[in-house]
Structures are given as structure tokens and as C-alpha cells.
Design a protein around this ligand. Structure first.
Ligand code: OFO
Length: 168
């Protein structure tokens, strides 16, 4: 059984994961409108992944006797400046999510809720991967800058990356 405090904290995280899904969906639309097919499919998949992160939390809350809340979400921006800025935004977003997961883990320890603590370890590992993937992409795009030919090749690389790494 979840305490009210843990239930509320998990519900906050449900909203964060849902908003992450929306942010990446908006990024997918922005990239697709500019003809960057690889980046767009990467973002569509990432958006699906975040929805899966959200659903995993929803099911956990309900299975543990709580009530998962479906909240109103804030709208993400419609455009992201440049690809470099967009991937910087993505990286910053993932760092923020990692911080929220850490805060959540901390609350479970304080509340001595070891079952939820154990459940959240999946998110801790997932965030290590997500941050490292975002950092790798950011390093690449920083090398390319705004060079059109470079961006075209980058788009292809991201496409291959998306095809070889199906959503977790
Ligand atoms: Fe991108 O992270 Fe969810 O958890």
C-alpha cells in the first residue's frame, strides 16, 4: 500500500513523463516539417518511450492501491531554433528528469517504502542511458555546427541509431 505522500510524488512524476512525451512529439513535428526524417523518427520513438515510462508508473500506482492521476499538461514550444538548440533542450530536459527521479528515490527512503524504492531503480538506470545518449548526440551536433551537408549526414546517422535501438 502506498502512503499518500508517495502516491502524490509518483503522480507528479507521471505528469513529468507525460510532458516529456509531449515535448519530444513537438520536436518530432518540428524536425519532420523541415524534412529531417531521421531526427523526426528518433523524436517520435522517444516520445513513445516517455509514454511507456508514464504508463509503467500509472500501473504501479494503481497496482499498489493508489490512484494514478491523468493531469492537464503544459503545451511544449512549437519550434526549437536550430538542431543544436533542440538537442541542447533535450539534454537539459533529461538532466531535469534525472533530478526529479533522484528526489523521488530520496522520498521513498525517507518514507521507508522499499518496494517503491526498488521499482524506481529501473528509472535510475534508464536516466543514465538517456543522459548519455543525449550527450553523445549533442557532441556530434556541436562538431557539425550549422553546416547543411553535415546536418544531412547527421540526420542519416540518427536514423540508423533509431532503427538499431528500438524503444526500451
Ligand atoms: Fe527521458 O526519461 Fe522518462 O524517465
Amino acid at each position: 500500500m502506498l502512503s499518500q505522500k508517495i502516491e502524490n510524488a509518483l503522480n507528479k512524476q507521471i505528469k513529468i513523463e507525460a510532458e516529456s512525451s509531449q515535448v519530444y512529439l513537438a520536436m518530432a513535428c518540428w524536425a519532420e516539417n523541415q524534412g529531417f526524417e531521421g531526427v523526426a523518427s528518433f523524436m517520435y520513438e522517444h516520445s513513445d518511450e516517455e509514454r511507456m515510462h508514464m504508463l509503467k508508473l500509472v500501473k504501479f500506482v494503481n497496482e499498489r492501491g493508489g490512484h494514478a492521476k491523468v493531469s492537464a499538461l503544459s503545451a511544449p514550444p512549437a519550434s526549437f531554433g536550430s538542431f543544436k538548440e533542440m538537442f541542447q533542450t533535450l539534454f537539459n530536459h533529461e538532466v531535469m528528469v534525472s533530478q526529479k527521479i533522484n528526489d523521488l528515490v530520496h522520498i521513498t527512503l525517507k518514507e521507508r517504502d522499499y518496494a517503491t524504492h526498488n521499482f524506481l531503480q529501473w528509472y535510475v538506470s534508464e536516466q543514465i542511458e538517456e543522459e548519455s545518449l543525449a550527450r553523445n548526440i549533442l557532441d556530434k551536433i556541436n562538431l557539425i555546427g550549422d553546416d547543411k551537408g553535415g546536418l544531412y549526414m547527421f540526420d542519416n546517422d540518427v536514423k540508423i541509431l533509431t532503427e538499431t535501438n528500438p524503444p526500451v
